[in-house]
Design a protein around this ligand. Structure first.
Ligand SMILES: [Zn+2]
Length: 85
């Protein structure tokens, strides 16, 4: 049987929020000018039915940013390291 720590021990050493570098979406935002940032903020805040992750991903990729749909979804849901920075 493989030795592993208990979930309680894991919880004790796991940061409350994600740490590390920003995700690819956060990195893209850092490269944007104010106008693009404002536009992206608007889109990120839109309901999924009006701006799906996949469409937003394609727009960003068309504009030259290397982002994946997973990263867009995670960033939008606050599951990435950009949150609360
Ligand atoms: Zn992010």
């Amino acid at each position: 049987m493989t030795q592993r720590m208990s979930l309680k021990d894991a919880a004790g050493i796991t940061p409350a929020r994600n740490q590390g570098p920003k995700c690819s979406v956060g990195s893209a935002i850092e490269e944007m000018d104010a106008e693009d940032r404002a536009q992206l903020d608007d889109w990120l805040a839109m309901p999924l039915k009006d701006m799906a992750h996949s469409r937003l991903t394609r727009i960003l990729r068309t504009a030259g940013f290397k982002v994946g749909a997973d990263a867009v979804a995670r960033h939008r849901n606050g599951g990435c390291a950009c949150r609360n920075d």
